[in-house]
Design a protein around this ligand. Structure first.
Ligand code: B12
Ligand code: SF4
Ligand code: SF4
Length: 299
């Protein structure tokens, strides 16, 4: 049998990865809203890269907590589980791939019209769109492994944890938003939401690999730079949009947000929409705001 040519032997490895991610979103059946009969969950993926040696990943241990994995730690952990010896030279080469999947206009419009609970399209996108995101995580890590590199999708690894920390509140040990920030894809905001050049209505995925990648440029200096309020502009539209009163000029109260999304009325709405899972979808603060589909313009 002919040996598969290493697709990453060319100089444009970043372009190869971008193409793989974009093609997956364009062609995969997992991105079709088959349960709703039409449309797609995601469009316009944006992809960024970071070196695992970027000092920002160590800084996250102070900003988030010592429990937050660096790319090297998550890779070491994955290799240990696979009982693979991880040579020091490969350790130096660890890189991170992060992607953003943006929500199409029809889903955003449907949620924009809501004032209490998420629209059916938004709720289904949270559940089944994330299944598509998981499939993409598996596809990219599998593709890299088949090409001879080690790879792990951190949120699919057995080490991934989502929990409530005494100091920082609801958190995880692999925060996709902080990873996307490191990969130059956008910044945080008043509502905590991550704003990319294509807006805040998105979901994020990432993979860590031993394939060496050129880091993307971070074109921002402050971690909330894409949010109007942090550019000394009036806004706070997300404060008005939140039905739980979880957002104030001081920021986002994660406990209020969590409690609202796990309330009985929220669960009842989910069941009415034909969903059985734990809700955790709302996103009213991500629609009907000036940051919904772009970096809000300064006036
Ligand atoms: C736990 C969790 C929640 C919790 C807590 C959210 C939170 N703020 O962390 C709750 C239940 C409240 C929640 C709600 C929602 N979530 Co949620 N959630 C997660 C999860 C599983 C982990 C988040 C995590 O690890 N946070 C870590 C903590 C430390 O982050 P943080 O407190 O926001 O960080 C602050 C500080 O660290 C600070 N900071 C301080 N100094 C510095 C310095 C620097 C340099 C930097 C970079 C940052 C920084 O920045 C942040 C903002 O203040 C992720 C999936 C994942 N694995 O990442 C999804 C995720 C964050 N959720 C997501 C979504 C879509 C939602 C909802 C819209 C629900 C929905 N699906 O409809 C709401 C939106 C709430 C909001 N306004 O942001 C998306 C993000 C979308 C986006 N545009 O940001 C994610 C990434 C899921 C995904 N795979 O895409 N979620
Ligand atoms: S609605 Fe305004 S204040 Fe809220 S996150 Fe978006 S830009 Fe920032
Ligand atoms: S997700 Fe919903 S409850 Fe949570 S902050 Fe946004 S609007 Fe408020």
């Amino acid at each position: 049998m002919a040996e598969r040519k290493n697709p990453f032997s060319s100089r444009n490895v970043e372009q190869v990865l971008q193409r793989l991610i974009k093609n997956f979103i364009r062609e995969s059946d997992q991105n079709r809203r088959s349960k709703l009969g039409r449309g797609v969950y995601w469009e316009n993926p944006l992809v960024g890269f970071a070196s695992g040696a970027d000092p920002l990943f160590e800084e996250y241990k102070n900003i988030i907590g010592s429990f937050h994995f660096t790319p090297r730690e998550i890779m070491e952990n994955a290799m240990k589980n696979k009982r693979v010896r991880f040579p020091g030279s490969e350790f130096e080469e660890v890189s991170v791939i992060s992607w953003l999947l943006h929500t199409p206009e029809d889903t955003r419009r449907s949620n924009r019209m809501e004032e209490q609970f998420p629209s059916k399209l938004w709720a289904y996108t949270k559940d089944f769109g994330e299944v598509c995101n998981h499939a993409l995580r598996k596809y990219i890590s599998g593709y890299l492994e088949d090409s001879g590199y080690s790879a792990v999708a951190p949120v699919l690894s057995s080490a991934f944890r989502l929990f409530r920390d005494d100091k920082i509140g609801w958190t995880s040990n692999w925060s996709e938003r902080h990873i996307a920030y490191a990969c130059g894809l956008g910044t945080f905001s008043l509502s905590d939401g991550f704003i990319s050049p294509k807006g805040i209505a998105l979901r994020i995925g990432s993979v860590v690999t031993t394939l060496k990648l050129t880091p993307s440029e971070r074109k921002y200096r402050a971690y909330k730079e894409n949010c109007l309020l942090f550019r000394n502009q009036k806004c706070g539209k997300c404060i008005q949009r939140c039905p739980a009163g979880a957002i104030t000029e001081e920021g986002h109260d994660k406990d209020k947000c969590w409690t609202y999304m796990n309330s009985d009325s929220f669960k009842a709405k989910y069941l009415e929409q034909g969903l059985q899972t734990t809700p955790n979808a709302c996103g009213l603060c991500q629609t009907g705001t000036p940051c919904e589909f772009e970096i809000p313009r300064t006036v």
